[in-house]
Design a protein around this ligand. Structure first.
Ligand code: DHB
Ligand code: FE
Length: 285
């Protein structure tokens, strides 16, 4: 038996990683964003899990746009940091957990989620920025092995929010039935509202983001009921990345406790959000 002990949802804006890599986190422009992360990092510091699962999307860096799997999982021993055109970020490669990957793959297949399998995968800012938000100074290695689960949010039609939430529920059952780890951290990444191109470039919707930050804790079914078009209309063409938070939430208990949340506008052209949940409230109640 393995247990999800916490869930961390965070935006993955590439300039957040660049600000860290360049030592700009105390710069007046960046300080408010990073101050918002501090309570989450402090709480997480003594809660390193045996393994983490990171729900993310690639942005045509690790995977060619000719083949875009709707859902996929990495089964590798190691994932290299992708070169997105400016050289690789100076952060460690990611150590995988193939035994957990194969367990999740089989369990999810048996539940009707036919995931594509990556035996080799370079991970881009969608993966490394959330790891940096969790662990700003990883040194030579991230705190634990990490299994990547990929969701297509970049090419229409993206999976529905309901399907992502259902995947999360199945993932939760798959984790619970895994004997190889005691504790698991789960990361849901991307968002919040943003649109990077087109007539609405720069679009941000703080009202939608506030609703989402509240409902992801207390009423995820409401978020799962929104259509992909609702997400694109209300959160922007890239704001639909938020459906990945629902995979994380689905894998957690019905009742969770929000440890900390932060919201900052803008990071780059994007509304950046963070939400940290303790999954062991029932136990501690
Ligand atoms: C930005 C946001 C993203 O989600 C992304 O994938 C790339 C860039 C941005 O705000 O700059
Ligand atoms: Fe993105």
């Amino acid at each position: 038996m393995s247990e999800v002990i916490w869930g961390l949802a965070t935006s993955h804006v590439p300039s957040i990683g660049a600000a860290m890599d360049r030592g700009l986190t105390s710069d007046p422009v960046w300080a408010p964003l990073f101050e918002g992360y501090a309570p989450a990092r402090t709480w997480l510091a003594d809660k390193t899990p045996d393994v983490a699962i990171l729900i993310y999307n690639d942005h045509a860096n690790g995977i060619d746009l000719d083949i875009v799997p709707t859902f996929a999982i990495g089964t590798a021993e190691r994932y290299r940091v992708a070169d997105e055109g400016f050289g690789r970020r100076p952060v460690p490669d990611v150590v995988g957990a193939p035994d957990l990957s194969f367990h999740l793959l089989q369990h999810l297949m048996d539940e009707g989620f036919d995931l594509t399998v990556f035996q080799e995968l370079d991970v881009d800012h969608g993966f490394t920025v959330p790891l940096s938000v969790w662990t700003p100074d990883p040194g030579d290695a991230w705190p634990c092995p990490v299994v990547p689960i990929l969701v297509n949010v970049i090419q229409y039609p993206q999976p529905t929010a309901a399907r992502c939430y259902a995947l999360g529920k199945a993932l939760g059952r798959a984790i619970a039935s895994f004997d190889g780890a005691r504790t698991v951290g789960i990361l849901g990444t991307g968002g919040m509202s943003h649109q990077l191109a087109g007539a609405r470039a720069g679009f941000i919707n703080p009202d939608f983001d506030a609703m989402f930050l509240d409902a992801i804790e207390n009423d995820p079914e409401k978020l799962a009921a929104l259509t992909r078009e609702d997400y694109i209309r209300q959160a922007g063409s890239e704001g639909i990345e938020l459906i990945m938070w629902l995979v994380m939430r689905g894998a957690m208990n019905e009742r969770v406790r929000k440890v900390h949340a932060a919201y900052h506008v803008p990071a780059s052209n994007t509304a950046a959000g963070l939400a940290l949940f303790d999954n062991r409230v029932a136990q501690h109640a």
